[in-house]
Design a protein around this ligand. Structure first.
Ligand code: GLY
Ligand code: MN
Ligand code: MN
Length: 440
């Protein structure tokens, strides 16, 4: 059951979009292209986030047109036709009638009529909003029509003289989440919490990382998620020091650390959670020391999330705590200021502390405005994910430190008076993690 698929939400978003481009402009939005996996097999289709945000429509080979004030209708859709035979193979299509009745289009046409119908909208517009490069096949068709409408300009006095990327407007809208969007995200996060708990409980020495990936997939799908919102990272021992390790093909050993970065997608919205736990055991003294540094950095960074604070604030806080911790453990030497200024910490902490989260795991929206780190506002959701990574071949540290990685990642909503950790149901205190890793 879709949470964000309420017609009113989509209508309100289109209305805001039309207000932003009016008067004298038309927006043409392509659906995501179909991607071939191999031979005649396609990847499972996933609609473009911006297209879904405005329409709620999940079928490929579609185009949505927003043309404020146009006498023939302001919201027009081009879709695949109904086709009894094709639908027997690949499932129901909404068709032209469905686009109007179920998705609120004022007018709808089959996609093959694009060349015939779209010029009616383009020739009345001074500007066309179109995201070039998203769907190359469609780019060719739309650009041809725009060029044609442009050549009519001297005669008609109208017709587009500029192509503008509509994504700036849509992405700014997407940065601040509506209640229905937050609801879908909460579902994705609740399902992800179950997956992480299951993984910590199941992971034991002698098992393969792939088996834990399968447990995560099971938890996602059996609880109603579409699947993972990005490839799950199940990284044991030294693999955890590879940031985007997704092979998940190593046999795990009891007592090693296991870093799992996995989040479900529910109704087009993502969760993004990382936990690190000792496989089938309690933390060793050294693991505990490293874990406590990362946890302390994360908790203090989360505290820095509030309206009016800058997006970079959590990163700056986390970095300070990580550097102090590494100095105390003898991993880094010198003053904290010097280490930060020279970037000496980057050997062990090489990524930023967070990113926007929403329909996309690395969600859209500006991080800097007018040259400065963006000010946080209620409704924004960001991840807070500090980590420490020590490569297996790092000869600057004692051998016992080498070949491990720790990251702790939560999803945090900026609220009117501070923040809410939306992923708080995923255990991260040492006691709560060990209760699962040592459960019989
Ligand atoms: N899972 C990707 C990230 O944490 O940014
Ligand atoms: Mn993340
Ligand atoms: Mn992540």
């Amino acid at each position: 059951m879709a949470l964000s698929g309420n017609g009113d939400n989509f209508r309100a978003r289109r209305k805001r979009m039309m207000e932003a481009i009016a008067p004298g402009a038309t927006a043409v939005m392509p659906s995501a292209p179909v991607a071939v996996r191999s031979g005649d097999v396609e990847f499972v289709y996933r609609q473009d986030s911006d297209f879904y945000y405005l329409t709620g429509f999940t079928e490929p080979e579609s185009v949505a047109v927003l043309s404020p004030g146009h006498p023939d209708g302001e919201f027009v859709m081009f879709v695949r036709p109904r086709d009894k035979e094709r639908e027997t193979w690949t499932g129901r299509r909404a068709g032209v009638e469905g686009a109007m009745l179920e998705y609120g289009a004022d007018k709808a046409y089959v996609i093959d009529e694009l060349e015939k119908i779209l010029p009616r909208y383009l020739e009345k517009s001074d500007r066309v909003h179109y995201p070039l490069g998203l769907n190359e096949k469609l780019d060719e068709r739309v650009l041809k029509l725009i060029r044609w409408a442009h050549t009519m300009r001297p005669r008609t006095g109208t017709g587009p003289s500029s192509i503008i990327d509509p994504r700036d407007i849509i992405h700014e809208a997407r940065v601040k989440k509506e209640p229905a969007e937050l609801e879908a995200m909460r579902r994705a996060m609740a399902i992800s919490a179950e997956a992480h708990k299951r993984a910590m409980m199941k992971a034991r020495g002698g098992m393969g990382e792939w088996q834990i990936e399968a447990e995560i997939d099971y938890a996602f799908r059996s609880n109603g998620a579409t699947g993972p919102s990005y490839p799950s990272i199940v990284a044991s021992g030294p693999n955890a020091a590879t940031l985007h390790y997704i092979n998940n093909d190593r046999e795990m050993r009891t007592g090693e650390l296991l870093l799992i970065d996995a989040g479900a997608e529910y109704d087009f919205y993502a969760a993004d959670i990382t936990r690190t736990s000792p496989i089938g055991a309690r933390f060793t003294g050294l693991q505990r020391s490293l874990y406590e540094i990362v946890l302390d950095a994360q908790l203090k960074a989360i505290d820095a999330v509030k309206p009016g604070a800058h997006f970079d604030a959590p990163h700056e806080v986390a970095l300070r705590v990580l550097v102090d911790g590494m100095r105390q453990l003898g991993i880094l030497h010198g003053s904290a200021d010097e280490i930060i200024e020279k970037g000496a910490y980057q050997r062990y902490y090489m990524h930023r502390t967070g990113h926007w989260l929403g329909m996309d795991v690395h969600d859209v929206g500006l991080y800097r405005v007018d040259g400065a780190s963006r000010v946080l506002e209620p409704g924004m959701v960001l991840t807070v994910e500090p980590g420490l990574y020590i490569c297996a071949d790092d000869e600057n540290v004692p051998e016992s430190f080498r070949g491990q990685g720790i990251r702790i990642e939560d999803d945090v909503l900026v609220t009117a008076d501070g923040h809410e950790v939306m992923t708080a149901a995923t255990p991260k205190s040492i006691a709560d993690v060990e209760a699962l890793t040592t459960a019989q």
